[in-house]
Design a protein. Structure first.
Ligand code: MRU
Length: 351
C-alpha cells in the first residue's frame, strides 16, 4: 500500500493517516484540493517526498474541481491552487518542486481543458512512480556504505511513510537488511511529534529489522561510547552548498557524530536539492504550534505547569562541514558539495 495514491475509480487521492499510526491504520479519501493542503499542514501526510506527491495529486483534484471551459482559465485556476498547496508547509522544497513541474507541463501542452486535466493527473502519477524507483536507486548506492554488524542512529521517519513508498535513509537501511546484512537501528524518538518512536519503529517492526528506541538526547552518549558506526537521516531541503534542513535535532546529532568521527549521511532524492538556495541560511524554518511540545501527558495529566509556553521549530540546519556525504539516486556526493551536488542534480536533468 502506497502512502499516497490515486483512486482511478473514485477520482480521489488516498492517503494513510499518519497522525494515528501505529495505534490505528486508516486511509482517508480526498476530493478537494483545499483539504489536501490542510492535510499537509496537519501532517496527515508528512515527509518531503510524500508531501510533494500529495500536492501533485492535489493539483489533479483542483483540475477536476475547476469549472474552466478554456485552457487559459484552467491554467489560471491551477496556478492559484498551486499557491495554496505550496503554502501548506514552507521548508520541504519537494512541495514546490512537484507543483512547478506540473505547472510547467500544463504550460507547455496545448489542448482542451479535459485534455489538460488528463495531463495533470498523468504527471502527478509519474512523480509518484518515479519517487519509488528513485528511492530504490538511492537505497542501492547507500547500502554499499553499510557493513554487516553496523549500529545506525536514524532520525525522524524517512521510510515508506515519508515517501510514496520505500523511503530515503530508512530505505538504505531496508536495502542493506534485504541484502542480508545484520543491522541494528537506534531510533531517535524525534520529539515533539515522535515520528521515530511511532512511525520508524512501526516500519522497522514490519521489515523485521532489530531496533531500540532511544530518547533524542541519548544519541550523544551512544556515539561517544563507540557504540554507533553510522548516522543516517533525510532532508527537507538541501542548499546548493550542501547545508541540510531536516527534522529538528538533526544538527545536534550531526555535531555529536562529527565530534566522535562517526560518518553521517543525509539521504535525499535530487528533487530535495535546491540549487536556487545558496546556503542553509536562506531556508525558511517552519515553526509549529506550541501545543505539540506541551501536550506531554502522564496518566492523563499534562506534565508542564498550567500556562507554560513553548517554542517549536520543526526543522534545523546542519552545516555541510558536518556531513560525510549526501546519498542521492545519482550516487554518493562527497565534498566539495558546492561542485559535486550541482553535478549530481544536473546529471538527473540530462538523463
Ligand atoms: O515534519 P516531518 O515529519 O514532515 O519531517 C520529515 C523529515 O524531517 C524527514 O527527515 C524528511 O522529510 C526526509 S524524509 C524522506
Amino acid at each position: 500500500m502506497r502512502t499516497v495514491s490515486w483512486d482511478y475509480d473514485k477520482q480521489t487521492l488516498i492517503m494513510i493517516d499518519q497522525r494515528i499510526l501505529p495505534g490505528r491504520f486508516e486511509l482517508i479519501h480526498y476530493s478537494d484540493y483545499r483539504d489536501v493542503a490542510q492535510a499537509i499542514t496537519d501532517m496527515v501526510v508528512r515527509g518531503a517526498p510524500a508531501i510533494g506527491a500529495a500536492a501533485a495529486f492535489g493539483l489533479a483534484l483542483a483540475a477536476n474541481q475547476s469549472r474552466a471551459e478554456t485552457a487559459k482559465t484552467l491554467r489560471a485556476d491551477l496556478k492559484s491552487a498551486a499557491e495554496e498547496l505550496a503554502a501548506a508547509r514552507p521548508t520541504a522544497v519537494n512541495l514546490n518542486w512537484a507543483l512547478r513541474r506540473i505547472l510547467k507541463v500544463v504550460g507547455e501542452t496545448e489542448g482542451s481543458p479535459d485534455e489538460l486535466r488528463a495531463v495533470v493527473l498523468a504527471e502527478a502519477q509519474r512523480i509518484a512512480d518515479e519517487d519509488v524507483e528513485i528511492n530504490q536507486r538511492m537505497a542501492r548506492h547507500g547500502a554499499e556504505l553499510i557493513n554487516s554488524g553496523d549500529v545506525i542512529i536514524h532520525h525522524c521517519n524517512t521510510g515508506a511513510l515519508a515517501t510514496v513508498d520505500w523511503g530515503t535513509a530508512l530505505g538504505v537501511i531496508r536495502m542493506a537488511h534485504e541484502q542480508g546484512k545484520h543491522i541494528h537501528v537506534l531510533v531517535d524518538e524525534t520529539r515533539p511529534r515522535l515520528q521515530g518512536a511511532r512511525l520508524t519503529a512501526w516500519e522497522l517492526s514490519q521489515y523485521g529489522i532489530p531496533y531500540d528506541i532511544i530518547s533524542d538526547n541519548a544519541a550523544g552518549y551512544f556515539l561517544r561510547t563507540g557504540q554507533v558506526q553510522k548516522v543516517l537521516f533525510g532532508a527537507d531541503r538541501v542548499a546548493a552548498n550542501g547545508d541540510v534542513a531536516n527534522k529538528i535535532g538533526t544538527y545536534m546529532l550531526a555535531l555529536a557524530a562529527f565530534d566522535n568521527g562517526v560518518p553521517a549521511y543525509s539521504v535525499v532524492p535530487t528533487s530535495t536539492v535546491d540549487l536556487d538556495t545558496p546556503t542553509g541560511e536562506q531556508i525558511p524554518i517552519e515553526e509549529r504550534p506550541a501545543d505539540e511540545v506541551l501536550d506531554l501527558q502522564r496518566q492523563g495529566e499534562l506534565l508542564s505547569p498550567a500556562g507554560a509556553t513553548a517554542r517549536n521549530p520543526a526543522f534545523d540546519i546542519t552545516p555541510h562541514r558536518l556531513l560525510t556525504g549526501i546519498i542521492t539516486e545519482n550516487g554518493v556526493v562527497y565534498p566539495p558539495f558546492i561542485e559535486n551536488l550541482r553535478k549530481a542534480v544536473l546529471a538527473e536533468q540530462t538523463a
